[in-house]
Design a protein around this ligand. Sequence first.
Ligand SMILES: *[C@@H]1O[C@H](CO)[C@@H](O)[C@H](O)[C@H]1NC(C)=O
Ligand SMILES: *[C@@H]1O[C@H](CO)[C@@H](O)[C@H](O)[C@H]1NC(C)=O
Ligand SMILES: [Zn+2]
Length: 367
Amino acid sequence: MKIYSAILGIALVAVCVRSAISEDEIRENTAKGLRLLSLEEGVEPVWKTEDEKLDLLRAHIRFFDVTEVYDASTPIAAPALFAPLVAYSPPSHQTQVNGIIANISLTNMQSYLGSLTAFNNRYYRSQTGVDATNWIVKTVGDATVKAFAHSWVQSSIIARIPGTTNGPVTILGAHMDSINLSNPTSGRAPGADDDGSGSVNLIEAFRALLAAGFRPTTPVEFHWYSAEEAGLLGSQAIAKSYKSAGTQVKAMMELDMTAYVRPGTTEVIGLMPDYVDAGLNTFLGQIITAYSRLPFVTSPKCGYACSDHASWYNQGYPTSLPFEARYGDDNPTIHSSSDTTAVNGFSWSHTLEYTKIAVAFAYELGI
Ligand SMILES: *[C@@H]1O[C@H](CO)[C@@H](O)[C@H](O)[C@H]1NC(C)=O
Ligand SMILES: *[C@@H]1O[C@H](CO)[C@@H](O)[C@H](O)[C@H]1NC(C)=O
Ligand SMILES: [Zn+2]
């Protein structure tokens, strides 16, 4: 009995205390070109070469590359740490929001996506990836837009609409990088759906809000992340920096793949159920009901390290992700040269709905 409880005690300690990876180990292994990957919730990350990392991506195994953000005290995908800062109240500014939605231009969206897909790829370590970032900065083109630099060449982008007060910030995110899995550095990766679509939703929503003179009470930010396809590098760096600075976040919504409707299926918006905040998802459903022609459904789970929202979730912030379909009915051509607007199932009228949702989400939470 005594021995038994001693063993039990040791087992509990082993479960509760994460063996820290030292800063020295991280420095030495990083210098050797190794990357530290978190492959599973609650399990200590492991070292992999860049080639092994690519093999994982090709095998459709998702992970956080935590090489630059590892911190023994930060749980990897523990449940959200903060209670929501506000109770989300149902949408109540229909007249104003519908006025801004009426100004959303599909022609603009088509033009933006034409430009984004024209870059050979938007890989986070390629010059065309850098050029794509510069193009978004120029297109969003407002004094409040700034690049968030990383240790790799492609910056992320943050466009901020200041609030009349310094309250908690509302964040809308998408990832602007793309990848050709057989040839990341120079292979063709138009990334029309993944995630040109979400990137364009945010560019047009931002434009329409500014054109309407939107002046929120609390700040609203639009983020275009670098290196999502390389283990959520850009969003993790930014989420960690917000957490370190003590920045409060009212809500974070990621748009990643919003333009594909599988032929033969009913058109829906799939609310991702995992690594999200339940209260925020309820609010998002109300937004969709109030402002979109589409119904929403709860999607099957997307799994660990699915998209940038998970980087914010890991830092304890409330997140949500309205997806193009039920997970499993999504675009099969991503991460290849075939992810173009010519895909059977690519739908402009479908992705237009996510621009409306972005406008409404920003307005209803910011005002
Ligand atoms: C709609 O957008 C155009 C072009 O940016 C702008 O000139 C116009 O003022 C906007 N209208 C409204 C109602 O926001
Ligand atoms: C990657 O890019 C090359 C060169 O553009 C292309 O031939 C190849 O088909 C692409 N790979 C995939 C999986 O699309
Ligand atoms: Zn992707």
